[in-house]
Design a protein around this ligand. Structure first.
Ligand code: SF4
Length: 240
């Protein structure tokens, strides 16, 4: 099976445990205002690779996957190319290497919860990015609701799948203490959260918007202060 791939990173250290080979797929249904990869949004563009080709490429680095490392598929949105990622992860796991899925959960379908079971069966860890705990604010921030995303988190918890919850901290949008407290309460209801990560908003993607001719939605918003990051970590129970 073939997948649309945006790019590869051979020695990733921020998308899951240890040293990882990261595959960035092309195509995402969300439009997060802070997205630093708007060049991954459009579907059906970018170069196509077979799962076999990607697996072979990634496994060349197998000896470097120290500290619990392995392969992460990120994006874009990996669950939008579930068949391709399922075959890729099957090949990776057959080689004895661990797999992580970095997803927004936006493709999860509450009316067809088993749709992604084959993919999850070959996924060791889900890195689930919860963009906003409040439904309305989530829609404003990403263009989509969060009901199915929260349902996905519950589904992972119920099936015993390990997950990391990630939350991008954006001043004035996601760093309100009430929202952080609500998010912390939601996370506490989940049984398989192994780590919570606070990712401070940054402006490194702004230049991409300019080159794509897209107005930057968060123009003027500055990264959070160290104090606000620490505050969020405390509320979300992040262990330093
Ligand atoms: S889900 Fe990720 S890739 Fe998609 S728009 Fe949001 S930040 Fe960008």
């Amino acid at each position: 099976m073939e997948g649309y791939i945006h790019s590869f990173e051979s020695f990733g250290t921020v998308d899951g445990p240890g040293i990882r080979f990261v595959v960035f797929v092309q195509g995402c249904p969300m439009r997060c205002k802070y997205c630093h990869n708007p060049d991954t949004w459009t579907f059906g563009t970018a170069k196509k690779y077979t799962a076999e080709e990607v697996a072979k490429n990634a496994l060349r680095y197998k000896n470097y996957f120290t500290g619990g490392g392995g392969i992460t598929v990120s994006g874009g949105e990996p669950m939008a190319q579930a068949g391709f990622v399922t075959e890729l992860f099957s090949r990776i796991k057959a080689a004895g290497v661990s797999t992580a899925l970095d997803t927004s959960g936006a493709m999860f379908d509450c009316n067809d919860v088993h749709k992604f079971d084959a993919l999850l069966a070959v996924t060791d860890l889900v890195l689930l990015d919860i963009k906003h705990i409040d439904g309305e604010r989530h829609r404003e921030l990403t263009g989509r609701p969060n009901d199915n995303i929260l349902a996905f988190a519950r589904y992972l918890s119920d099936m015993g799948k390990d997950m990391w919850i990630r939350h991008v901290l954006v001043p004035g949008i996601t760093d309100d203490d009430k929202y952080l407290t609500d998010l912390a309460s939601f996370i506490k209801t989940l049984k398989t959260v192994r780590k919570v990560e606070v990712l401070p908003y940054h402006t490194m993607g702004v230049v991409k918007y300019a080159s794509l001719g897209i107005p930057y939605p968060l123009d003027g918003v500055q990264p959070p202060s160290a104090e606000r990051v620490l505050n969020a970590k405390k509320i979300l129970g992040v262990i330093q």
